[in-house]
Design a protein around this ligand. Sequence first.
Ligand code: XLS
Ligand code: NI
Ligand code: NI
Length: 434
Amino acid sequence: MSTFFHDIAPIAYEGPESTNPMAFRHYNPDEMLMGKRMEDHLRFAVAYWHSFAWEGNDPFGGQTFERPWHPQDRMDTARLKADAAFEMFDILGQPYFCWHDADVRPEGDSFAESLKNFEEIVSYFEEKMSTRKIKLLWGTANMFSHRRWMSGASTNPDPDVFAYSAATVKTCMDATLRLGGENYVLWGGREGYETLLNTDLGRELDHMGRFLNMVVDYKHKIGFKGAILVEPKPQEPSKHQYDYDAATCIGFLRKYGLENEVKLNLEQGHAILAGHSFEHEIATATAEGMLGSIDMNRNDYQSGWDTDQFPNNTPEVALCYYHILKSGGFTTGGTNFDAKLRRQSLDAEDLIAAHVGGMDICARGLKAAAAMMEDGGLETALNTRYAGWDTPEAKTMLASDLDTIFTDVHNGKISPAPKSGRQEILENYVNRFV
Ligand code: XLS
Ligand code: NI
Ligand code: NI
């Protein structure tokens, strides 16, 4: 038992009129939307990474948090951290959690010792999960923090690091399988470069493609039924990361024959770093049938960093869930809070409030998205805008060639008449729901 959350009761749904900061005003797990429970639409997961492993440091300052599970380099504090994490899961009642190996176990003096520490914690998780409903959304390996990965993991110029990475991912996939995880994630934090002066980009991409093929082969070998997901991010920590954005990842997966085996884990903040909106990244992935899961942590729009804050903007969130609902909703994926407090938010209440607020914003956005889906206004507008393409003339034209099209345009049979895109009307329409 930890005492970190001792006086915080489980969070209840009290409805939109509630003024209780420790209550849900929108997240009502059993509420039905489009024939499905809200909990089953959103599939919330709490990430160990920022909520329990991060100590409040930023590029200009060190640790600000003092938690009962610090320092994190011992097995007894790793267990205490697990106690606190599961206490928070009980308070929030979300259905899933996620981890990196390095979040949950102390690094050992050797690979074997790190693995022994990891397996002990995985057993501890198993014990805790056996008396609760909580499930694992995904597991992943941290192959970016330790100095051995400073020049990359699978893209490292040193084959020994490729091997160490392969062995590490094997252990994390084994643990994910053991805990009944529904996905396995790979985020290439240092799979990229600092300078092209010392980087053979083509060779590194080939190694990354080979690595991911090994991961997929191993998934089938061990009978892991979950999805393998890669997580796009354009830079940070590396100057340039190969998994730049959704479109780049999809091209990479096709090149290495992985498009039917691997999907995407998209993150709001990473979309912003790539110069996109989150809505764009989700729409790109769903258009290609490649959406796996989302990390619902946002950037600060002024700072330019991947600040990983909890979501707080209903209109943005609503449009993201609109695209997710339109594509049929999550299958193996969910809404993970790979999200951070601000480093001045020292208290247990801050950590709970951050998750409560994030879950509520997502629930509110989802309700707006479901209402827009049910109303059908955006779909009707889209169908009207593209209606020309449903005509037999357009279908024949599309199947013909430049010469035939030229003749029809040249003789005046085809003559474009510009039509309004109706953007303002559509923006006003969305504002009715959010
Ligand atoms: C970092 C990433 C990371 C991944 C998992 O920016 O978002 O937390 O989600 O390795
Ligand atoms: Ni991130
Ligand atoms: Ni992430």
